[in-house]
Design a protein around this ligand. Structure first.
Ligand code: ADP
Length: 608
């Protein structure tokens, strides 16, 4: 088992998640919350005032027909609405400000957390799914905060104020309306439990939908070339229908609260109306107080219903929030050892000592691998596909840690130095020249952020990239189109070499491209690589015979072991040697693929 596994931590129950969101975020927004809550108090009081004034409207203005009070009542009602409008605006803006900040903050946190995680974790997780999950779930945290604040603060305050009016008019009736409570709570409990699992399923299915879409778009040329359209469409169709039916189920469950609350409210309000009419007709009570009571009750209905549904809505939001915490809580593996020192490079001599390694639970990939990459020299790793060459190269920057043995750079065990100093000593040119968001200059500067403009140009020149960069519409400041698709393979490759050059790292890891470029690009890329390799300790996964033949040392890998080691002339001369056999096959004009996957014979022939 490789010790690169990240640990997943269970974020805990709904209430634990809720408490955590509040404790992680609440404090920073105290000021804004104070503004929002003062506005909410105004909303609650003005709402209650409207119910309260109904008595005067009915008794004074309508029943007793006192013309002189109408103006003051009308004025007061206008003022109450006006204030309520202002306060509603104030609280909405304040809460939106908090929401947007919470989303932004979690996006930042997630991004830096994802970059902390090891290559192992990210390699095992479908990146498209992960991205889709994040985009669906960050809103969950915002909703948790919003729901708690708006429902708890606004609705509770409004409800309390309205209850005040109701109790003031008729305490007995108020108590009676509370009888609707218990059956409601029981029903809502049941609904929220069912919702929990469906919500999670919806997010998962949606992530797969977005994931397939993203992967399809990224690989659109393969999709079209292999006419995979129909198969992929079927797949998406199926997933989309699944997501659709689950979302419908969520809607049915959530909305099931409405018939429930409405029925109960209907019973309560109809009963009270009947009672009011009875009082007015038989006891000659002025209807003002009861009208005021009923208005308060009607106004209280919405906040009460929202409060009743709070748990149901919260349930959904907390599921989303939990999924975010599940990602945030993955513990980054292999922290630096206590008091790790910085790596000090002198010759950059790398010793691989009895390395063994396996990915996860699978059978070991490397067995007792030992060899030395001499400082300032080029060591070529060759061997058939699956022999373990890439694995060896990923152990050096500690993308993974070996299960046995160690790697020394100038005598220092790389497991004992800080990872950042280790990685600063290494530049890496991969088979796939990734370009990132930003301009061409930015993409070179990612190699060393403090590089000056002149250094960027210098690196580009050394990588034979200067000429084509200047031909771009905005030269160095040309934004890189989606993944660099407007640049040719050779041009992208040279940009990634420039990025490695500007890093000025003593060690260069090179994964030579297997796919052949056009001849002109090939020559330029080769020249750029020659510059990059000069004076550095180079570990190259080599496919071209030209590269292999010029390396000072060749390590022939077979099934996770070092099969042969030496320089080109020596290995070529060995009777029955693996490397010699490969060369013979090439001389016969056979493709070397079968034996060693030392392909691109054509490129290599000339200079071998
Ligand atoms: P090479 O670079 O020589 O083609 P690799 O180092 O890529 O070989 O692979 C060596 C072995 O490790 C192969 O059997 C491959 O299937 C396995 N392997 C490579 N990467 C992973 C991974 N991320 N997870 C599990 N197994 C892997």
């Amino acid at each position: 088992m490789a010790n690169s596994d990240e640990q997943r931590v269970d974020p805990g129950t709904i209430w634990a998640v809720l408490r955590r969101i509040l404790s992680e975020n609440g404090r920073d927004y105290v000021g804004t919350y104070a503004i929002a809550i003062s506005c909410l108090v105004v909303v609650a009081l003005t709402t209650a005032f409207m119910a309260w004034i109904m008595r005067d409207v009915v008794d004074e203005a309508l029943a007793k027909q006192r013309g002189e009070v109408i103006w003051s009542i009308a004025g007061a009602i206008f003022l109450a609405f006006f204030l309520r409008g202002l306060a509603t605006y104030g609280q909405a803006v304040a809460l939106a400000k908090i929401s947007n900040n919470v989303v932004a903050r979690y996006q930042r946190r997630l991004f830096s957390h994802l970059m902390e995680l090891g290559v192992g974790f990210l390699g095992e997780t479908r990146s498209a799914h992960l991205a889709a999950q994040i985009s669906q779930n960050t809103t969950g945290i915002r909703d948790v905060l919003n729901l708690t604040i708006t429902s708890l603060a606004r609705d509770t305050l409004t409800l309390i104020a309205l209850l005040g009016v109701m109790i003031y008019h008729d305490a007995m009736l108020t108590m009676l309306t509370f009888l609707a409570g218990p059956p409601l709570i029981l029903a809502l409990r049941y609904i929220s439990r069912r919702l929990r699992s469906v919500t999670r399923e919806v997010v998962n299915v949606n992530s797969r939908v977005y994931g397939v879409m993203q992967e399809t778009l990224q690989g659109i040329s393969i999709v079209k070339a292999f006419t995979m359209e129909d198969q992929l469409r079927d797949r998406i169709d199926h997933l989309v229908s699944e997501a659709e039916s689950r979302s419908n189920r969520i809607a049915r469950l959530t909305e099931r609260t409405s018939p429930l609350t409405d029925t109960l409210a209907g019973i309560a309000i109809a009963g009270i109306l009947a009672y009011a009419a009875y009082q007015a007709v038989y006891n000659n009570v002025l209807p003002g107080a009861l009208i005021s009571f009923i208005t308060a009750l009607l106004l209280a209905y919405d906040p009460a219903r929202r409060l009743a549904r709070l748990q149901v809505n919260l349930e959904r939001a907390v599921v989303n929030a939990r999924m975010i915490y599940e990602i945030l809580d993955v513990v980054p593996h292999q922290p630096d050892v206590v008091d790790a020192a910085d790596l000090k490079v002198t010759d950059a001599r790398i010793v691989f000592e009895n390395l063994s390694f396996g990915y996860g639970e699978t059978s070991p990939v490397l067995h007792d691998v030992s060899f030395v990459a001499e400082g300032g020299r080029t060591t070529a790793l060759v061997g058939p596909s699956g022999a373990g060459k890439t694995t060896i190269v990923s152990l050096l920057p500690r993308f993974y840690d070996p299960t046995g043995g160690r790697i020394l750079i100038d005598g220092q065990d790389i497991a004992k130095v800080t990872k950042s100093s280790l990685r600063h000593a290494i530049a890496y040119v991969s088979q796939h020249p990734y370009l990132f968001e930003g301009t061409i200059a930015d993409n070179i500067r990612y190699g060393r952020p403090d590089a000056t403009d002149d250094e960027v140009k210098e690196a580009a020149k050394l990588a034979y990239a200067d000429e084509f960069i200047l031909e771009q519409p905005q030269g160095y400041e040309t934004p890189v189109a989606d993944g660099g698709s407007s640049l040719s393979g050779g041009q992208r490759q040279r940009l990634s070499i420039a990025r490695a050059l500007i890093r000025q790292a003593p060690i260069l890891l090179l994964d030579e491209a297997t796919s052949a470029l056009d001849t002109e690009s090939e020559v330029l890329v080769q020249k750029a690589l020659d510059t990059a390799m000069e004076g550095r300790t180079v570990l190259v996964i080599a496919h071209r015979l030209s590269t292999i033949a010029r390396a000072q040392k060749i390590i022939v890998m077979l099934r996770g072991r070092v099969a042969e080691e030496g320089e080109h002339g020596e290995l070529a001369g060995r009777k029955d040697g693996i490397y010699a056999r490969f060369l013979k096959m090439q001389a016969l004009g056979l493709d070397g693929d079968a034996a060693l996957e030392l392909n691109t014979v054509h490129a290599g022939k000339g200079d071998a």
